[in-house]
Design a protein. Structure first.
Length: 230
């Protein structure tokens, strides 16, 4: 009988199956997004950290999860709506976009660090960088290496919605109404905290390409509340 064990798996979501069972989706370092049936009165919550054992008669079957809850992340931020929305957005995006049983170990490490460091004042910035890296991992990375129009690569200000490539301020200014804004913190690796305008523009940028290239559904509703307390 096939069996897998996963330490520090991240709960992405669950769906009720009958009266006392749930189909649970986990994000694991070893096997990526993994599904299984969990039997219990209540399901684990998104972003909870669990140890998991998966069993099935055949490896291709849905199988059964036996879970040990290690950390209730959602419960910790129950009174902090923006951070709770951040948690839910992370889990919803991963659940909607990652193919089953495909390894994304670097992305797992990033997500694990992010959800365990939400007390950081720059958590929205790090959430946006997660969306940017998710696009990269899924094969739709944006290119901020130079100006698509041959302009100054040290003065990038826009992104082409068609190609995902950056454009300098000088080259893009005549077409700014057709381009997306590119905040400096996305391409200049400084330690400064972005202002709320930069955060809004960055969310608009990553959200556009997530919907265009990855999602077959709408963006998570919680993204609208990430900047509520900014």
């Amino acid at each position: 009988m096939p069996e897998q064990k996963y330490a520090n798996a991240i709960v992405l979501g669950s769906k009720k199956l009958g009266e006392k069972s749930f189909v649970v989706s986990l994000f694991t370092k070893e096997s990526g997004r993994y599904l299984g049936v969990y039997k219990g009165k209540s399901s684990p919550q998104p972003a909870d950290i669990v140890n998991a054992r998966w069993q099935a008669r055949l490896s291709e079957q849905l199988g059964t999860f036996y879970l040990e809850n290690l950390k209730s992340t959602s419960g910790f931020y129950m009174d902090d709506w923006p951070r709770l929305c951040c948690i839910r957005c992370i889990c919803e995006l991963l659940n909607k976009t990652l193919p089953e049983r495909q390894i994304y170990s670097n992305l797992y490490d990033e997500v694990f660090i992010l959800i365990n460091n939400l007390n950081n004042e720059d958590y929205v910035k790090h959430y946006i960088l997660f969306e940017l890296n998710l696009l990269q991992e899924l094969g739709f990375g944006l290119d901020f290496s130079d100006c698509a129009g041959g302009g100054d690569k040290n003065n990038l200000a826009f992104v082409s919605p068609k190609t995902g490539r950056s454009v300098s301020y000088e080259k893009g200014l005549p077409y700014r109404d057709k381009l997306l804004s590119l905040p400096k913190f996305l391409w200049q690796k400084s330690g400064e905290s972005p202002n709320i305008i930069d955060l809004k523009n960055a969310l608009n940028l990553t959200g556009y390409f997530l919907q265009k290239n990855v999602l077959n559904a709408s963006l998570p509703d919680g993204r609208n509340y990430l900047l509520k307390n900014k």
